[in-house]
Design a protein around this ligand. Structure first.
Ligand code: GDP
Ligand code: IMO
Ligand code: MG
Length: 442
């Protein structure tokens, strides 16, 4: 019996959906602990593509219990659409899905404010998914948010909605010259959602801990990635939740004592969607080629993902924060046609405004640890080490010995330089396109 976390190591979209789907085979329960429908987790089963947003990717396996934890923010309309979409594709949803009553609800004004806030930021915009995630977490922290359990108390919901809307409408009208939201309309819309979702709402802290105590194997599914974590990411160009492994404890009410393993999902190169610093970004034809070969377009928004080389400075940061017990390296096959590979081993930095964090202020300096300031990171230049490419098709390879020698050298170089165990190597989109050296559950 073990409980394993799956966490994104970079800026999201590392292939967590594929790895969760693969590991679900060995688990009894799959639980999401943070984020919302900003996430898009792709699972390819044979040639059928599923994209999960809030529902744990484990739902695609029969007989697994799926839990949406208190740390998640839920847009009821989108969740209902997700459930109905899966049902229409013959995925059974009933007593296999539970939603924490403590999870916060995304309200229509959160989505509106997300858009307005972004517009107001001009060229400093974060490039959010526009799903209302940030404003929903703001309300949670301000202690004015609605929780799923509030949907079950229609009178209380109505009263609180009136109070919340009086503030929101002030903002919408006075600051954004928008029309007011009518309480009756929002109320009746959300009460319809309440009717639909109420059978799924439960005390997920009790549920998940009872399952753990009974010896069930639990997979904790992270969304986004460590570099998008509200505390440990490239703030302010981050999401608003705790995407790293620590989020499991707060986002599901599970003690750190009950976590047995932490699998970091690491893409064999780097991508990022939205704004923010990205020192190893490739803005040339090679970046474009990787985007095309890797299908690097957002699973939620369809936006093209920015592509670049692997960055050891940020990876070291992610490894330190999460303490990965193993790594799943994904999308190795996307690099098949690349002549020479580069990995960034350090950053150099010279700032005319003398705002460097190191002790030698104002002098050109070198970072091997991630700077805390996004402006500093933006000005960092990568120092690269070059490695030979393999120029061989690796798609679908299932055994380590069948990988070309240069590909194995690339994997060994990552593993030795970062002192991590690469136990899973993904070589294609499909479930079976993978080399499993060690199953974290076994
Ligand atoms: P997630 O958000 O971390 O679950 O990742 P996404 O689903 O947003 O993006 C990852 C994309 O890469 C999806 O289209 C996956 O089907 C695809 N993918 C995952 N692993 C591999 C792999 O090893 N090779 C290739 N070519 N594609 C992969
Ligand atoms: P998965 O789980 C990649 C990014 C957005 C934006 C920033 C803030 O599929 O890996 P938000 O809407 O969360 O306020 O946007 O975070 N972002 C993601 N990038 N993958 C994701 O999820 C993301 N979820 C949010 O692009 O830069
Ligand atoms: Mg994604």
């Amino acid at each position: 019996m073990s409980n394993i976390v799956v966490v994104g190591v970079q800026w999201g979209d590392e292939g967590k959906g594929k790895i969760v789907d693969l590991l679900t085979e060995s688990a009894d329960v799959v639980a999401r602990y943070q984020g919302g429908h900003n996430a898009g987790h792709t699972v390819m089963i044979r040639n059928e593509k599923f994209i999960l947003h809030v529902i744990p990717s484990g739902i695609l396996h029969k007989g697994k219990t799926c839990i949406i934890g208190n740390g998640v923010v839920i847009d009821p309309k989108s969740l209902i659409e997700e459930i109905e979409g899966l049902k229409s594709r013959k995925i059974a949803i009933g007593k296999n899905l539970y939603i924490s009553g403590r999870a916060h609800v995304i309200m229509p004004y959160h989505t509106m404010l997300d858009g307005k806030n972004e517009q107001a930021k001009g060229n400093k915009k974060i490039g959010t998914t526009g799903r209302g995630i940030g404003p929903a977490y703001v309300d949670k922290m301000s202690r004015v948010g609605f929780r799923m359990i509030d949907l079950l108390d229609s009178r209380g919901f109505k009263e609180k909605l009136k109070a919340n809307l009086s503030d929101v409408n002030f903002l919408l009208e006075k600051k954004y010259h928008n029309t007011r939201l009518r309480p009756e309309r929002v109320y009746s819309e959300y009460m319809r959602y309440a009717d639909y979702l109420s059978p799924f709402i439960t005390d997920a802290v009790v549920l998940v801990n009872n399952l753990i105590d009974k010896g069930k194997d639990v997979l904790f599914e992270g969304a986004q990635g460590t570099l998008l974590d509200i505390d440990h990411g490239t703030y302010p160009y981050v999401t608003s939740s705790s995407a790293s492994a620590g989020g499991v404890c707060t986002g599901l009410g599970v003690s750190p004592k009950k976590i047995d393993g932490i699998v970091g999902v690491m893409k064999a190169y780097t991508t990022r969607v939205g704004g923010g610093p990205f020192p190893t970004e490739l803005t040339d034809k090679l970046g474009e080629d990787i985007r095309l070969k890797g299908g690097e377009y957002g699973a939620t928004t369809g936006r093209p993902r920015r592509c670049g080389w692997l960055d050891f400075v940020s990876l070291k940061h992610a490894i330190r924060i999460n303490g990965f017990t193993s790594i799943a390296l994904t999308k190795l096959d996307v690099l098949d046609e690349v002549d020479k590979l580069k990995v960034c081993t350090a950053y150099t930095y010279e700032d005319p405004y003398k705002r460097c964090e190191c002790s030698k202020k104002g002098v050109a300096c070198k970072f091997t640890d991630m700077p805390q300031d996004a402006n500093v990171l933006e000005a960092c230049k990568p120092v690269y080490k070059e490695l030979p490419g393999w120029k061989t098709n690796t798609q679908g390879v299932k055994k380590l010995k069948d990988l070309p020698k240069q590909a194995r050298a690339y994997i060994d170089y990552i593993s030795e330089s970062l002192n991590v165990n690469i136990d899973i190597i993904s070589t294609g989109q499909r479930r079976d396109e993978v080399v499993v050296l060690k199953n974290p559950f076994k």
